[in-house]
Design a protein around this ligand. Sequence first.
Ligand code: CDP
Length: 232
Amino acid sequence: MENRIGKRPIIIAIDGPAASGKSTTARILAGKLGYTYIDTGAMYRSVTLKVLRAGMLDRLRHDDREVAGLLEGVDIEFRGDRVFLDGEDVSEAIRENSVSREVSFVSSLKPVRDRLLELQQQMGAARAVVMDGRDIGTVVFPDAELKIFLVADPRERAKRRHAELSLKGGVDAAPTVEELEEEIRKRDRDDEERTHAPLKRHPDAVVVDTSLSTIDEQVSRVFQLAMNVLEG
Ligand code: CDP
């Protein structure tokens, strides 16, 4: 595959907790390198939406086998910045609160992880990708040439999420910073404590703390790390 800087294509895995700036960083980095950006959180969100629409959520809490049928023919595709689920543009629908509330649960199911693992490995097979999520460096591509683990103070992450939601729906419609911090801490706990592919730093991953950085600063830092690998 061709990429803008004409070097041997690599895989860049970016993991980290909720609202740590992964997707913004990953998207800009991919653009600068001429790489494909794959947002695996959007894939888990799409499956969650599909489960909700099928009215299957409560049954899955007792028995997750039913989800296998739903996953068999699932089609998730990225076109530019948009995500398509079975041909429908779900880019906005997957960010709704109803999905955010249940995505950690749906992501913890083994059949869901197995199916998305397979899809993600296919998507990255030609390399030249920046993939972000929770388990990219540990499970999906443990051989990624560059692994980054983004962290940030939970309060800071809640403030960023608040700013993002206020921008979209107006400050009055957005939950408070305190509520968002509570939600973020809960999701971190759920993601870290689950049995299958928990959120965990790979020992080789470079930790980048973004609590005090602007987007520009964190992008330059990861771009520099990528250039070191590409030129090394
Ligand atoms: O809301 P935020 O952008 O921080 O999260 P996301 O990247 O959209 O991911 C949503 C949820 O999907 C996470 O909280 C995880 O429960 C799950 N997820 C996962 O289990 N494994 C991944 N590789 C990516 C996301």
